[in-house]
Design a protein around this ligand. Structure first.
Ligand code: ZN
Ligand code: ZN
Ligand code: FE
Length: 765
């Protein structure tokens, strides 16, 4: 019941100043505070600050308490409150409640939010012929739209975004200023009269059409099998009719992307169901505000075979910006939407750059005049063991703040070499950059440097030290060494396990399985099938897969039969000498390399063991992208069940400290597998037994150690079958298995692990 005037007067008055820290900018937090204060009947003000949001409220003390309670309990859904500091201040008796201009003093510790897919309300307007934003490709509100891809500096205000150059028209300014409007302080607010506009360019950069005509022109070209570069939220997509096999092949040729699956964009969930069989969880992910690419079982013949050759899955995503909604609805069919770059290079973000780098790939360029502050790729997720597993952390997910139990020293981590991401610690959290890519080209190197600078500058940091991989030759490692700050080198697989622990909020002791392609080992061999026991102080390598020779080293990643030859040689040199995987001359050269240890490291890599098995089962000669052969193995057993497996042994291994360790010897398995192949056993069955054997190796190792918490990390655990079997079997044996969620199990998660390892080593010294 509303108190009477007299009662209010008798109540004790007060004023508090609240500093709200966390992801509270660009999520409609100030309008929420404004409405809450007015509803409760408090005066004061709210403003964005470098630290987050600062509020002063004044009124009866009981209502101040209500206000603070509801501030937490009713906060906007996309905000993340990490802490609220409250302090009593003297009352001022000002009338009403106001939103102040931003306070830019102080070191920025607020968090930049990821971009958010178009919300229901905005979509309704775009599709409503009577709405003033009907068909407008750049609308948004406080619940949706660009954030990270347009922010130039903090605090998050229009003046510090790439929307600064657009002046709001009367109607837009009215919405922006109206506390009852859902565009109240929506920083990138825009409409056809005042906001960004489309242009259609030909390959030489000449303007063909503008606005609606530009969209129709692009759609027309797509309908006729053309390739159109579309400037989206965080960069260019290359688009082509996904039903048109010939057109898709042309795109592959021009992009020099031979076989790697291409993502397909559809307008709605109903359209998604016409080309794939998304489960309930997968549908929820597709339609989520993050709107990632979701790997879903494909269905029907609607999508051309060349989109994802020999692949039972489809990388599917829904339109997530107004531009994509409008374009996809105009088309009425699914399109391939692959990143606008040559294979493995980072995304193009500017028109000039796109015209230059995509010359010879795209027929037309659909562009607009809202600048992209920095590139953001599409994210990729897959459902594993019933929940989301992020394989590539980018648009919608990154920059991703991971909360920790305690504050860390200020650190920068530069990640690995492939699928690079970088990370910084900001107080009690780690902020992970979006996916940068493989640091193999100049363009990727430049994107890497920009990402590091941006992450450090946006958060106003001066890191005490830089953490990097222990591999001396990684480009990221050299960057760290050249920087001049203290460098902390972190063993690759230790970083993997720590990342998985952070992703699952695990405290030591943890038994971590880090299985991947390759990582720099501490004993001169190439690691990749490691079991690490992580304690409070560090880690010990307690088990690994039996090492085998890898003729040509890194070259083997692209040619699985080299791994096969090495593994055969380890089983029985005579088998390697007879292997039909190579012609006589080539085999002789490789075998002599193996015998003389010439450019032939030993590796305990699980990824290379996968490659070896895939090659022996005839999945691939030369692999066109890393992991292709292993993917073939996983696909081959789809739909098969059963617990049959091969034999393996566990041998004690001497370690320097005199402590116990063991080697998982896969040779019995390989021998039985070869016999199966010789008997003509189906490849799917053999693959199933292989996966089951690996899961049993994990269980057997865990049983020897008896540590309850088990972490599964490294690129091999992108494999759904391996992860699900290992998880199920570990649970059956009484362990608590953990695998990745929001951080990729592959090298995209390394930077987080590096930060944690570096913090541990600083604390010890
Ligand atoms: Zn919206
Ligand atoms: Zn306007
Ligand atoms: Fe790795």
């Amino acid at each position: 019941m509303t108190p009477t005037v007299l009662e209010v007067a008798r109540e004790a008055q007060g004023r508090v100043r609240l500093v709200v820290r966390g992801a509270v900018q660009g999520v409609g937090f100030r309008p929420f505070v404004y409405r809450l204060a007015r509803r409760i009947g408090l005066s004061g003000w709210v403003e964005n600050s470098s630290q987050g949001v600062t509020i002063e409220v004044e009124g009866p003390k009981a209502r101040l308490a209500d206000f603070q309670w509801q501030l937490r309990s009713e906060a906007p859904p996309r905000s993340v409150i990490l802490g609220i500091e409250a302090a009593a201040v003297p009352p001022r008796n000002e009338p009403g409640f106001a939103i102040h201009a931003s306070d830019v003093s102080g070191a920025p510790t607020a968090i930049v939010l990821p971009d958010v897919a178009t919300c229901e309300a905005c979509l309704r307007e775009i599709l409503d012929p009577r709405d003033r934003r009907h068909g407008y490709p750049f609308t948004n509100c406080t619940d949706c739209g660009p954030r990270y891809s347009i922010v130039l500096a903090l605090p998050y205000d229009r003046a510090r975004t790439t929307m600064a150059g657009f002046t709001m028209c009367r109607a837009c300014a009215g919405e922006y200023a109206d506390p009852e409007n859902r565009r109240f302080h929506a920083e990138p607010n825009a409409c056809p009269a005042c906001g960004p506009r489309l242009t259609l360019l030909d390959a030489s950069g000449s303007v063909l059409a503008r606005e609606q005509d530009a969209l129709l022109g692009a759609a027309d070209r797509l309908r006729r099998g053309g390739i159109v570069a579309v400037k989206g939220l965080g960069g260019f997509h290359l688009m082509v009719d996904a039903r048109d096999d010939e057109a898709v092949r042309r795109l592959r040729r021009r992009k020099r992307r031979e076989a790697k699956p291409l993502a397909v964009m559809v307008a709605t969930l109903d359209d998604a169901r016409r080309v794939a069989l998304p489960s309930e969880t997968e549908r929820a992910l597709l339609a989520s505000p993050q709107a990632p690419i979701v790997l879903v079982a494909r269905a029907g013949e609607a999508v051309a075979p060349s989109v994802a050759p020999d692949n039972p899955d489809l990388g599917l995503l829904l339109a997530s910006t107004p531009l994509h909604h409008v374009l996809l609805r105009e088309l009425g069919f699914p399109v391939v939407a692959t990143s606008g770059n040559l294979s493995e290079e980072p995304l193009c973000t500017g028109e000039t750059e796109a015209l230059e780098r995509l010359r010879g790939i795209a027929d037309l360029f659909l562009v607009h005049d809202r600048e992209i502050a920095r590139p953001v790729d599409d994210s990729v997720v897959r459902v594993v063991a019933g929940r989301e597993l992020v394989l590539r952390c980018a648009r919608g997910y990154a920059p991703f703040p991971l909360s920790l139990a305690r504050p860390l020293p200020s650190l920068l981590a530069v990640g690995g070499h492939l699928k690079n991401t970088v990370a910084v610690s900001v107080g009690p959290r780690v902020v992970v950059s979006p996916h940068v890519g493989d640091l193999e080209t100049e363009a990727a190197e430049a994107a890497f440097t920009r990402t590091v600078e941006m992450l450090v500058r946006l958060h106003g940091l001066s890191p005490e030290a830089i953490a990097c991989d222990a591999h001396p030759d990684y480009l990221s490692t050299r960057f760290a060494r050249d920087d001049g700050r203290p460098v902390i080198a972190v063993q690759h697989h230790y970083a993997h396990v720590l990342a998985c622990m952070a992703d699952n909020e695990l405290a030591p002791p943890v038994l971590g399985f880090a299985w991947d392609g390759t990582g720099h080992g501490l004993d001169g061999t190439v690691w990749g099938g490691e079991t690490l026991l992580v304690s409070d102080r560090g880690f010990r390598r307690v088990a690994w897969l039996r090492p085998f020779p890898l003729p040509g080293g890194d070259q083997a990643a692209r040619e699985p039969r080299r791994s096969a030859l090495g593994a055969l040689h380890e089983l029985d040199p005579a088998l390697a000498e007879r292997s039909p995987l190579f012609g006589d001359a080539e085999r002789a050269v490789l075998l002599s390399m193996i015998r003389r240890r010439l450019r032939t490291p030993l590796t305990s890599s699980a990824g290379r063991l996968f490659d070896a098995v895939a090659a022996l089962l005839g999945f691939s000669g030369a692999v066109r992208f890393e992991g292709e052969a292993a993917m073939g193995l996983e696909f081959a057993l789809r739909g098969l069940e059963g617990g049959e497996r091969y034999d393996f042994t566990i041998e004690p291994a001497p370690v320097p400290e005199g402590d116990s360790a063991c080697v998982l010897d896969w040779r019995p398995m390989l021998g039985q597998m070869l016999a199966d192949v010789a008997r003509g056993e189906a490849r799917g069955e053999i693959s199933l037994r292989f996966h089951n054997t690996l899961a049993e190796m994990i269980v057997a190792t865990a049983l020897r150690r008896g540590v309850e918490a088990v972490a599964l990390s490294g690129g091999c655990f992108q494999n759904r079958v391996l992860t699900e079997r290992a998880v199920r079997r570990l649970r059956e044996e009484g362990f608590r298995p953990h695998w990745h969620r929001r951080l990729p199990p592959g090298d995209g998660g390394l930077a987080v692990g590096q930060i944690l390892a570096a913090a541990r080593s600083l604390e010890r010294s």
